[in-house]
Write a protein that binds this ligand. Structure first.
Ligand code: 5AD
Ligand code: SF4
Length: 454
């Protein structure tokens, strides 16, 4: 009998990847993905701990699930509830205390053991808590058989972080930095492409710290790995996220000019433009180092578009520090960005700094920064009007007859065209700019990934 599995994913792209791998692990047990928790035999919340708001969402969702669990029990069935991901890793016991309906709590490094955990719960055993950082590597235990990948697929190549930025929980929830061997990454990439993926986004909490064991017995950095992956036939687009400026080495920068499959869009978080705040954040670079890296990237590929993350209201941030952030943004120019109010995270050094910034000041700075970033994004989108962009079509649109794809800069592009385009790259003339997407028309010419500079 088939069983229903509902997975709700919060947070980053690695959680999306992990959720898919959990589904793969559970397929041999007869679990098939279901679009809603109604009638599910197993619900997994794959959680995010990066900011307080993200973590709190989990408890409200668990509250809602409780009612469904009761209903299921009244009908003589059972809904197992598991909490996975970074909240699970950080709060293990607390989740079991706070949420009576939770049967399993598992961290990001133990999900290959899900079948045993479920067997234990089904066998009437106690609730399961497994937030170890096991000696074995979960990737060695994950099935090679996976659900068909989409046109654009994720591939985790690196996990964990050793940088210990003072605001960040990642080094604690995801553990020490670890890179997968080159051969394992190449094999997985080849499988994804054989399954229909045309684009692969390489994932890691600090992906450009990648230093996996190469087939030649040496450590390979990310630039070399990207060059190797670019040799895979029909892998048209390669992206990677998220990077740290300090780990942007010369070879990776050069790859942006030399590897045509490497897309001209890079998410490179800077967090702040103030050297004082960068130091307090333990970022280990100055604002000028970031400017230099961006110059190097743009020399390698003048078409490169940049995205970033920012935190406003880090403890001790004065008006002058915030002004330095605005100055950096104005100078560098971002085509897209994420900005957040500082959120103190238990167990991180910055949470214990006395000089916390009042909430209303954070609100004001966030609004100012977002206004500037929005204007830059709008200006960048406007510059695409009339251009022909190669678009990788990924899915049907919301409206009848519409297909949606992505530009090289990750902008969603809507086109009225047949569904047969899905899975391929076609040149699209941009005819209208919407707030968060572009509208275009397919141009009847062969697709070219090499773009003229706008
Ligand atoms: N408060 C606010 N934002 C944070 N980020 C990470 N930790 C915190 C925090 N404690 C942001 C950073 C990071 C992104 C993923 O989330 O900008 O790059
Ligand atoms: Fe967190 Fe990124 Fe800093 Fe690592 S480099 S501690 S993941 S913000």
């Amino acid at each position: 009998m088939g069983k229903k599995l509902y997975i709700k994913t919060y947070g980053c792209q690695m959680n999306v990847y992990d959720s898919d791998r959990m589904a793969d692990v559970l397929t041999p047990l007869g679990y098939a993905p279901s679009p809603s928790p109604d009638g599910a035999d197993l619900v997994i919340l794959n959680t995010c701990h990066i900011r307080e708001k993200a973590a709190e969402k989990v408890y409200s969702e668990l509250g809602r699930l409780r009612a469904l669990q009761e209903q299921r029990r009244a009908e003589g069935g059972r809904m197992i509830v598991a909490v996975a991901g970074c909240v699970a890793q950080a709060q293990g016991e607390e989740i079991l205390d706070r949420a009576a309906g939770v049967d399993i709590v598992l961290g990001p490094q133990t999900y290959h053991r899900l079948p045993e955990m479920i067997a234990e719960v089904e066998g009437g055993g106690a609730r399961v808590l497994d937030t170890e950082f096991p000696a074995e590597d979960k990737f060695d235990f994950l099935p090679e058989e996976t659900a068909a990948p989409g046109v654009s697929a994720f591939l985790t190549i690196q996990e964990g972080c050793d940088r210990f930025c003072t605001f960040c929980v990642v080094p604690y929830t995801r553990g020490a930095e670890q890179s997968r061997p080159v051969d394992a990454v190449v094999r997985e990439a080849e499988r994804l492409v054989a399954g229909g993926a045309r684009e692969i986004t390489l994932l890691g909490q600090n992906v450009n710290a990648y230093h996996g064991a190469g087939p030649d017995g040496r450590e390979w950095r990310l630039g070399r790995l990207v060059r190797r992956l670019a040799e895979i036939d029909r892998l048209d687009r390669i992206r990677y996220t998220t990077s740290h400026p300090r780990d942007m080495d010369d070879d990776l920068i050069a790859a942006h000019g030399e590897v045509s499959a490497l897309m001209p869009f890079l998410h490179l978080p800077v967090q702040s433009g103030s050297d004082r705040i960068l130091a307090a954040m333990n970022r280990r670079h100055r604002a000028d180092d970031y400017r230099r890296i961006v110059d190097g990237l743009r020399t390698a590929n003048p078409d490169l578009a940049l995205s970033s993350d920012f935190i406003v209201g880090f403890p001790g941030e004065r008006d002058a520090d915030f002004a330095a952030t605005l100055a950096l943004v104005t100078e560098v120019g971002f085509t897209q960005a994420f900005s957040f109010k500082y959120s103190p995270r238990p167990g991180t050094p910055a949470a214990d700094i006395g000089d916390q910034v009042p909430e209303d000041v954070k609100d004001e700075r966030l609004a100012g920064l977002q206004q500037l970033l929005r204007a830059q994004q709008d200006a960048f989108n406007q510059r695409q009007l009339g251009r022909d962009l190669p678009v990788l079509f990924q899915s049907r649109g919301r409206h009848a007859g519409q297909v949606v794809g992505r530009s090289p800069y990750l902008q969603p592009v809507h086109v009225l065209a047949p569904e047969t385009l899905i899975g391929g790259i076609r040149p699209v003339r941009i005819v209208e700019i919407m707030p968060n997407s572009l509208k275009g028309e397919v141009v009847d010419a062969p697709a070219r990934e090499e773009l003229a500079v706008a």
